[in-house]
Design a protein around this ligand. Structure first.
Ligand SMILES: NC(=O)c1ccc[n+]([C@@H]2O[C@H](COP(=O)([O-])OP(=O)(O)OC[C@H]3O[C@@H](n4cnc5c(N)ncnc54)[C@H](OP(=O)(O)O)[C@@H]3O)[C@@H](O)[C@H]2O)c1
Length: 306
């Protein structure tokens, strides 16, 4: 990057709409990269130390949009996003909107249609890391939407730090990755808290249990990579463990949990899928084959959306 590129970067004005923990972290990262930053939030008094650090507070969405070349939105959901954007239908000429609000692929695509009808250059994104990572090398953000819009904003977005991955022109693509990763996260958290509930009911101290539980967690990266290969190849051998064996294992967990009065809803839902796989003749196959059973039409994986 040349000195003049650097100067331009510093001068690119950024507006951040939404000052929850993530919106504040984003605004702080743009300030740290010396961009002029304007912030707006529905409820006053959420600026933290951003004004002391040089941010300007806009009192309306319209003023905030006019102040920025790049407008970043980071709100609780797409309803909040549209409730906010509706307050500024004018003043978007020559500006880019990058939405970092988490949501669903269909919502991102519908917002792209909404933006296009108003002549707004729109990019959707998904932040994969927590607030302390923002502005550091460990940040990770996915983007999707028109490539020329991404190229126009990529240098400014570099202030968020870490790894930026552009996923192509389908506006829903970043969100598609995000929801699938949230699926993994949500079900993992459920497993963790359920295991703590069960182990403590059996009189095991949480710290003593954690020493072994982290070992299970350590198995997951290799397992994810291996499952990916098996699902892609539509070949899920049961040489390490089988679905039939998992049916037996999860039954022990359900029965022991039930004796302690611990909710078994999540586990019985998982067992229903395992039982269906066994009924479909997949008992001798490996656990990656459960993906086939989860799909109503029985396919192993899909190229839809690629
Ligand atoms: N925090 C994280 O670690 C993290 C990590 C990755 C992704 N994200 C994503 O980043 C987004 C923002 O998250 P967050 O942690 O900053 O906080 P959040 O609690 O998800 O969102 C708070 C923001 O949404 C605004 N909001 C809520 N309802 C609104 C409405 N009807 N109209 C206008 N604004 C509304 C709030 O304004 P008020 O102050 O007025 O209520 C506030 O600015 C979410 O989509 C989240 O999934 C967060």
């Amino acid at each position: 990057m040349t000195a003049s590129d650097e100067e331009n970067l510093q001068l690119t004005p950024v507006t951040v709409l939404g000052l929850g923990p993530m919106g504040r972290a984003l605004a702080a990262a743009f300030l740290a990269a010396r961009h002029p930053v304007t912030v707006w939030n529905r409820t006053p008094g959420r600026t933290g130390d951003l004004l002391d650090r040089g941010a300007t507070l806009a009192t309306s969405v319209e003023d905030a949009v006019r102040a920025g070349q790049l407008v970043v939105t980071c709100l609780i959901d797409y309803d909040a996003l549209h409730a906010t954007l509706r307050q500024s239908t004018e003043g978007w000429e020559g500006r880019q909107l990058v939405n970092l609000t988490s949501g669903e692929p269909a919502q991102a695509r519908a917002t792209a249609v909404w933006a296009s009808a108003r002549g707004i250059d729109y990019l959707d994104g998904a932040i994969l890391t927590p607030t302390p990572a923002v502005g550091t090398p460990s940040a990770a953000v996915l983007y999707s939407g028109a490539s020329d819009v991404y190229e126009a904003v990529a240098a400014t977005l570099a202030a968020i730090g870490g790894t930026a991955t552009y996923l192509g022109d389908d506006h829903g693509r970043a969100s598609a990755f995000d929801v699938a990763l949230l699926d993994l996260f949500a079900t993992s958290v459920n497993g963790i808290v359920h295991a703590f509930a069960l182990s403590s009911a059996e009189g095991i101290a949480p710290e003593q249990f954690a020493a072994f539980a982290t070992g299970i967690g350590g198995l997951l990266p290799e397992m994810i990579t291996r499952f990916a290969q098996q699902i892609q190849a539509d070949h899920c051998p049961g040489d390490r463990s089988t679905i039939a064996s998992a049916a037996s294992g999860i039954t022990h967990v359900i029965n022991t949990s039930a004796t302690h009065g611990i909710d078994v809803g999540v586990l019985t839902a998982a067992k229903t899928v395992i039982d269906r796989a066994v009924a479909d003749g997949y008992g001798p196959q490996g656990l990656a084959r459960l993906t086939t059973t989860l799909h109503k039409d029985g396919r192993a994986w899909t190229t839809e959306g690629t």
